[in-house]
Write a protein that binds this ligand. Sequence first.
Ligand code: HEC
Ligand code: HEC
Length: 448
Amino acid sequence: MNTLIGVAAFALSLIATACSAGPPTSGPPTGYPKPAPPAPTGFDNASNGVADDATHQADQSKFEEFEAIDDGLGPLFNAQSCRECHQNPVSGGISQVLELRVGHKGPDGTFQNPEIPINGGSVIIKGRSLVNQRAICPNAAFPTTDIQERVPESENIRAFRVSVNLLGDGFVEAVDDSTLIEISRKQCHKDHGKICGLVLYVPILESPGATRAGRFGWKNQHASLLSFSADAYVNEMGITNALIADEVTELCNTVSQPNNKPEADGLADIDHFARFVRATKAPARDVRQAATAAARKGETLFTTVGCDICHVPTMTTAAAGTVVNGGKFAIPEALGNKTFHPYSDFLLHDVGTGDGIVIAQAEHYGRHMQQIKWKDISPESWRSTANRMRTAPLWGVRTHPMLMHDGASMTFREAILRHRGEGREVTERFERLSQADQQAIVEFLKSL
Ligand code: HEC
Ligand code: HEC
C-alpha cells in the first residue's frame, strides 16, 4: 500500500516536473543558473587567475623571504619565513612543523591562558596559549637577557598542533557565511543533532567591529586571509604590522612599531601573503590512484558510512563581486562562483580529540580587541571551542604523513578510529565494514 502511494507520488512528481520544465530542448535548460565551473587545481606554483603570474611569483617570494632581527624578527618567534611551515610539495602546502600550546584550568574549571615568566621572571607573558620555540636574545647586544619561553610546571594542559595546508584557501575565503550556516543547520536537524557543527563568528581585523563565520586554523579562529596573515606574522615570526601592532614583549626589541610598513605601492608584507594565498590553486587529486577500483569503491563507501556529513566533498563560492570581510574584500572573478572539493564543512566539532584550549583573543586579534565591540560574538560559543576542532579538510591529505591536529596519528586507519564524540556512529559504521571495504576508504584518502 505504502509502496503504491510512493509510486503514484513519484509518477505525479514526474508529470509536474515535465509540465514546469516545458518541452524537452536540445541545449541546456534555460532559466537555470549555469553550474559553477571548477576551481583550478595543481601543485605547480602557478596563479589561479587572481594575480598575473609575475605578481604571483613576487608575492610568493615575500612568503618565502627570510626575516632577520633588523626586519623586526622576534623578540619571540617560531620561524624566519612562512615557507618554513607551509611548503610540501610547493610553497603554501603543509609541513611537519608542530606548534606548542599550553594553559591550565582555573578554579571554575574553565581554560586559562598560561603565565610564562621570561628573563628570570622580570616579565610574565600572558594572554596567549602559544609558546614560541625561539627567541632573538641572548644575542651580542643583550648577552645577559634570556627571554626563551619555557613551560612552567603549572601549565599542565599541553598540546601540539601541526601546520596546515594553505593551497586553495582563497576559495574557502570566498564561501558565503550562509553556505556554512546551511550545512550546520542540516547537520543539526538530522539524527537529533548527534552531529552538529558550530559556526563561530570571529573578528575581521581589517574591519574593526565586523565578524564573519570562522573557517581558518584548527579552531576556526579566523575568516579572513589578511587577518590570518597579520596574526601569523606577529605570532610565528614576531613581526608587528598594521593590524596587530603590539610586540609580545618589549625586551630585546630594537625595531620600531609596526615592524613592517607598506612600501611605495601601498602594500605591506601581509597584503602580499594574503594575495599569494588567495591566488593559489586548490590541491590536485592523484588521478592514477583515484582511477583504481579500490579508490573508486572507497569514494562511495565514504558517503555510505557518513564521512561526508562533516568532510563535505563539494562547495561553491559566492558570486564574483560579493563583498565580504566587513566590506574589505570583493570576491574577484577568479574565485567567484567556483565549485571546489575541500572535504570539509569548515565547522567546529567535538570528535573526542579536543586539546582543551580555548582561542586566546589577545593573541589572535591583538591586545586592543577587548576595547572594540564585535558583532555577534558569543562568549558561550567561544568557551565551547575548548574541545572542538575544525573538520580537517582532506584535500591534499596524501601529502601529510602526520594526521589530526596533533600529528599523532600515523596511518589513515588510526586517524579514523580516533574519531569519537560526534563522530562515534560514523566510526562504528566504518568498523563494521569488511577489511577490504575499510581499506578501500583508505585507498580513496590516498587519492586526495
Ligand atoms: C612555525 C610554523 C609556522 C609559520 C612560520 C607560519 N605558519 Fe601558518 N600555520 C601554522 C600552523 C601550526 C597553523 C595552524 C594553526 C592553528 O590553528 O593552531 C597555521 C595556519 C595558517 C593559516 C590557516 C590556513 C587554514 O586553512 O586553516 C594561514 C592562512 C597561515 N597559517 C598563513 C601563514 C603565513 C602568511 C605565514 C607567514 C607570515 C605563516 N602562516 C607562518 C604554522 C606556521
Ligand atoms: C562529526 C564530524 C566528522 C565525521 C563524521 C568524520 N570526520 Fe574526519 N575529522 C573531523 C574532525 C573535526 C577532524 C579533525 C580532528 C582533530 O584533528 O583532532 C577530522 C580529521 C580527519 C582526518 C585527519 C586529516 C588530517 O589532515 O590530519 C582524516 C583522515 C579523517 N578525518 C577521515 C575521516 C573519515 C574517513 C571519516 C568517515 C569514516 C570521517 N573522517 C568522519 C570530523 C569528522
